[in-house]
Design a protein around this ligand. Structure first.
Ligand code: MN
Length: 234
């Protein structure tokens, strides 16, 4: 037996479509930033003061990825499944202890993302000081649009919005992020050796809310693209 044989066929690596390319972006890890827009932090009852607070993160398994345009069943063990529209940074190079000025050199491109959340589980966990894993890292909960290559470019502004069955629910601007793309890459690189293939979901603006089976989520980010998720009956 060689080291390249397996008991069964391993799954294909997680990957995301890239606009204008036949080849796909191979995914390493999924990082998510918590409370990166003031108005969202306030609506969650946990206001952020960047003079005192640092960004914080959670992760999802790459198996939580779902391509934009797909349908997904309403998940198990929740009655409060919520949408969070986010800008996703796709890294094309790695680094550790990356200086803010060097952070753009890690950027491959950007995508639209949905950080779908079992909010009832999250609030219960939060209030009991327990981890968020089962609230956040649920199947099909990391929705992503095709990555738009923009190597080295820092997005600092642009409308970010989400519609539920055609009605606007989230409508903000990337300029409202507390910590920008450069700062997030630099800060995260003090915690992890970042690698090509890592994705960073940069946090959601205010207006998060519940979705129901049968509803259609559509989001967009100026200069990046659009994202779509159809919730289906379980
Ligand atoms: Mn989020």
């Amino acid at each position: 037996m060689t080291s390249s044989s397996y008991l069964w066929t391993p799954p294909e690596p997680a990957a995301v479509a890239v606009q204008g390319h036949a080849a796909r972006f191979p995914v390493q890890r999924l990082f998510f930033v918590g409370r990166n827009y003031r108005a969202h932090a306030a609506e969650m009852g946990r206001p952020v003061d960047p003079r005192r607070d640092r960004p914080f993160y959670f992760t999802k398994s790459p198996t939580a990825l779902l391509a934009s345009g797909s349908g997904a069943p309403y998940p198990q063990s929740t009655s409060n499944y919520q949408h969070e529209m986010e800008l996703v940074v796709a890294l094309g190079a790695g680094g550790s202890e990356v200086a803010v000025e060097q952070a753009p050199s890690l950027i491959y491109g950007y995508a639209c993302g949905l950080d779908m959340t079992r909010r009832d589980l999250q609030l219960a966990a939060r209030d009991q000081g327990k981890p968020w894993d089962t609230a956040k890292d649920c199947e099909d909960s990391a929705v992503i649009s095709p990555i738009v290559p923009m190597p080295g470019r820092v997005l600092e502004r642009g409308r970010i919005e989400l519609r539920l069955d055609g009605k606007t629910r989230q409508d903000s601007d990337l300029s409202q992020m507390i910590w920008g793309v450069r700062e997030l890459i630099a800060d995260l690189s003090t915690l992890y050796h970042l690698r090509a293939g890592d994705l960073i979901y940069t946090g959601t603006p205010e207006g998060v809310g519940a979705v129901l089976a049968g509803q259609l989520i559509e989001g967009s980010i100026e200069g990046v693209g659009e994202i779509r998720l159809q919730l289906e009956a379980r």
